[in-house]
Design a protein around this ligand. Structure first.
Ligand SMILES: [Zn+2]
Length: 375
């Protein structure tokens, strides 16, 4: 087989790359897979899923074979394919014991020979969130509008060149495929907040990705309740703009997780900023010193402040009585963590005057972390 050069996309899953490589050779991906020994069965794809969200990990010999077939050096593949570095570790004796790797191929597969490289199948989302890459960008890069899958966290889902939301690879193929972001510029602005927000959060001793994940959990909980909130107007109006675009795609668009993930991104970024903001941690701690129900209940000042940041001043009283929510758990944890509070302030505010001063401080009340208002 003569060597054909098909370059991997930055952040591409190895399975996506191998499928494109096989297509470049004019082969079915199953035929190309015969060059490796498969050490487990390929995971079953979800209902209607084409298996786009699968990932493959190679042992060193398997990596060497892929490098030979692609005609590219190891360093290029390692730089472009995020799962590359994790391949050899998946074949370590400890990992094999944990995952049940036997080193023997499953029945029915063509043996690739005793010296062949090995491959281990995995669900890609166990390594990170994966999305269908913007087809216009892949066409620009490869010359053809090919199907490719990349690791893309939610804060990078909008292709800034083509203003498209890249949908999750685990989404049903009957879903929209991509969303036009032009009608919702506030979502792109939220994505633009991430680099600065993450840098500030890290400088303050927080793990930005953990804070983002917690904010996602909190906001998706609100999303499930929002239909029962009489004053909620922002999300329905945003959903209308997202789903009425001529480019929105199939009638299932409104029910897709892509629409939900895109619609909540501004709120997720605002909550992430709040969870990593020293002023908010001081507010939560100050609430703790007040007696129930005022401190934790309807008088909770942190949740009121958060409601204002979210352009939903009516939300604070709702959040403050949702005692089992992830947000309340965070409030309890942070407010009880004296070391965390000391890191935020040598003298936490104790009264309303200090609270108001806190709100008026530069960088808060719409200014912290570039805290533009969500519209
Ligand atoms: Zn694009």
């Amino acid at each position: 087989m003569s060597v054909l050069r098909v370059a991997p996309l930055n952040g591409e899953t190895t399975w996506s790359y191998l499928r494109r490589l096989a297509a470049g050779y004019g082969m079915d991906s199953a035929a190309l897979l015969g060059w490796w020994q498969q050490t487990n069965h390929r995971p079953r794809a979800g209902t209607g899923s084409p298996g786009a969200a699968l990932e493959m990990l190679f042992d060193p010999a398997g990596q060497e074979l892929l490098a030979r077939l692609s005609g590219l050096p190891h360093s290029t593949l390692a730089r472009a394919l995020p799962s590359w570095q994790q391949g050899p570790a998946a074949f370590s004796p400890d990992t094999r014991a944990q995952t049940g790797l036997s080193g023997r191929g499953p029945g029915g597969l063509r043996p690739a020979g005793p010296a062949a490289g090995r491959v281990h199948w995995q669900q890609a989302h166990t390594l990170g969130p994966v999305a269908i890459a913007c087809r216009l960008c892949t066409a620009r890069r490869t010359g053809r509008p090919v199907h490719a899958v990349r690791y893309l966290p939610l804060w990078q889902r909008i292709c800034t060149r083509h203003h498209r939301w890249q949908t999750d690879a685990t989404e049903s193929p009957d879903g929209p495929g991509w969303l036009d972001m032009a009608p919702c510029p506030e979502i792109a602005r939220a994505q633009q907040r991430w680099p600065t927000l993450a840098r500030r959060a890290a400088a303050r001793g927080h793990d930005p990705q953990q804070a983002f994940a917690l904010a996602c959990t909190i906001v998706l909980g609100w999303w499930q309740q929002a239909a029962a909130w009489p004053d909620e107007q922002i999300w329905p109006e945003r959903m209308h703009r997202l789903t009425q675009s001529p480019a929105a795609g199939s009638p299932d668009t409104a029910r897709s997780t892509a629409v939900r993930d895109a619609a909540v991104l501004p709120e997720v970024l605002t909550v992430t900023a709040a969870l990593t903001d020293p002023a908010c941690i001081r507010l939560a701690h100050a609430d703790r010193s007040r007696k129930r129900p005022a401190g934790w209940g309807a008088g909770g000042r942190f949740v009121h402040h958060l409601g204002h940041r979210l352009n939903r001043p009516w939300l604070g009283p709702i959040l403050s009585v949702d005692y089992t929510s992830p947000l309340q758990t965070w409030i309890h944890t942070v407010a009880s963590d004296r070391a965390a509070v000391r890191r935020c302030s040598a003298s936490p505010p104790k009264d309303d005057a200090e609270y108001l001063a806190c709100l008026a401080a530069p960088g808060l009340a719409g200014g912290v972390d570039g805290g533009e208002q969500d519209a």
